[in-house]
Design a binder for this molecule. Sequence first.
Ligand code: MG
Length: 166
Amino acid sequence: MTNLRIGHGYDVHRLTEGRKLILGGVEISWEKGLLGHSDADVLTHAVMDALTGAARLGDIGKLFPDTDPAYKGISSLKLLEETGRLLEKRGCAVVNIDAVLLAQAPKVAPYKARMAENIAAALGIDPEQVNVKATTEEGLGFTGDGSGMAAHAVVLVEKTGDGGKS
Ligand code: MG
């Protein structure tokens, strides 16, 4: 059996006034921000969920419950670091990550490289292993009307050891 494992992550957060907009660990100046228990970084959450999927660690809601006061307002990059440590314990090394943000506005093209760098740094991998994309949904649905943002991520990991549990 191959030692390569794929994972897919998906997340959604509502946009609201009075919140900072944090995407891939980058604070973007915008009239609204994402609502959530942590910093609500939807892109980073999708990446984390893809990683936990590939490593069979369940999902991020199980790992970092939004009822836990320890995670209130926390930077999602911190949670991503912790996810990386859990993968390492399982003997899983990231091969590559591809993530896409679904947002009508603002334009995030100027920030994509920094987002990829932040994600890579949190996981201790090379920025070349991370790709961040963004798209609008042509004005359709909840991302199109500006009520929220969504993100998908797929990751490939390689099991380099049994990490104690296969
Ligand atoms: Mg989330």
